[in-house]
Design a binder for this molecule. Structure first.
Ligand code: PGA
Length: 246
């Protein structure tokens, strides 16, 4: 049986309170109260988690954060722990997004520690990985994602605590996407590497997903949903992407 699909919106560093309330109200209204047959998550910046948690009350859309620290608490100025995110109403947290790997020099080992922290706090970690354009051009894609998967996933990762998002760096925010065959190849490879223990772990595709390409991407084998950046800022586009699942 295929896993229950998941569409996650990564708002990145966008939004103030008023925009967030309006945006999330529109997503919630689109989603309604009936089970749509897939999971929907919005991941606003940390300052908006509480306000979005309140706005999502009573609906089916869930809340996620964009990062966490690996420790439960301590002298880590400016950081937020997974326990704090759970306390703020989160169910999910993105870890190892390529923007954090690049801008904050996050290693696979650190990403793994963050995924472990997420599990400790009862959150689902959305672990991101993906190759650079140079790595793709030199034919290293499968080796790169395999190494990242092995290094970033904690032992005991299972469908209840882990989602993996394949996000080619060159496709993020660029409007360019891999071919369907390229996405399917990477997802089949990751599925194989997850093995029996990881059977049922959802594999999302991310990178320039939009209403016009979502249906084709979401129909591919081993694609169990999408991690959506730019298009998640427009609730109508985000909902159009969600609806392409049906
Ligand atoms: P994008 O971002 O949809 O704007 O390409 C995806 C992501 O970074 O998660």
């Amino acid at each position: 049986m295929s896993p229950r699909p998941l569409i996650a919106g990564n708002w990145k560093m966008h939004g103030l309170r008023a925009d967030a309330i309006e945006r999330v109200g529109a997503v919630k209204a689109h989603a309604g109260n009936a089970d749509p047959g897939f999971d929907i998550v919005v991941c606003p910046p940390a300052t908006l988690l509480r306000v979005v948690a309140d706005a999502l009350q009573g609906g089916s859309v869930e809340l996620g954060a964009q990062d966490c620290h690996a420790a439960e608490s301590g002298a880590h100025t400016g950081d937020v722990s997974a326990e704090m995110l759970a306390d703020a109403g989160c169910r999910y947290v993105i870890v190892g997004h390529s923007e954090r790997r690049a801008e904050h020099r996050e290693s696979d080992a650190l990403v793994r520690a963050k995924a472990e922290a997420a599990r400790r706090a009862g959150l689902v970690a959305i672990v991101c990985l993906g190759e650079s354009e140079a790595e793709r051009d030199s034919g290293e894609t499968l080796a790169v994602v395999e190494r990242q998967l092995a290094g970033s996933l904690p032992p005991g990762a299972d469908p209840a605590n882990t989602v993996v998002a394949y996000e080619p760096i060159w496709a993020i925010g660029t409007g360019r996407t891999p071919t369907e065959a390229q996405i399917a190849e990477v997802h089949a490879h990751l599925r194989g590497r997850l093995g029996a223990a990881g059977e049922g772990v959802r594999l999302l595709y991310g990178g320039s997903v939009k209403p016009s390409n979502a249906a084709e991407i979401l129909a591919l084998d081993n694609v169990d949903g999408a991690l959506v950046g730019g298009a998640s800022l427009d609730p109508n586009d985000f909902w159009a992407i969600c609806r392409s699942l049906s």
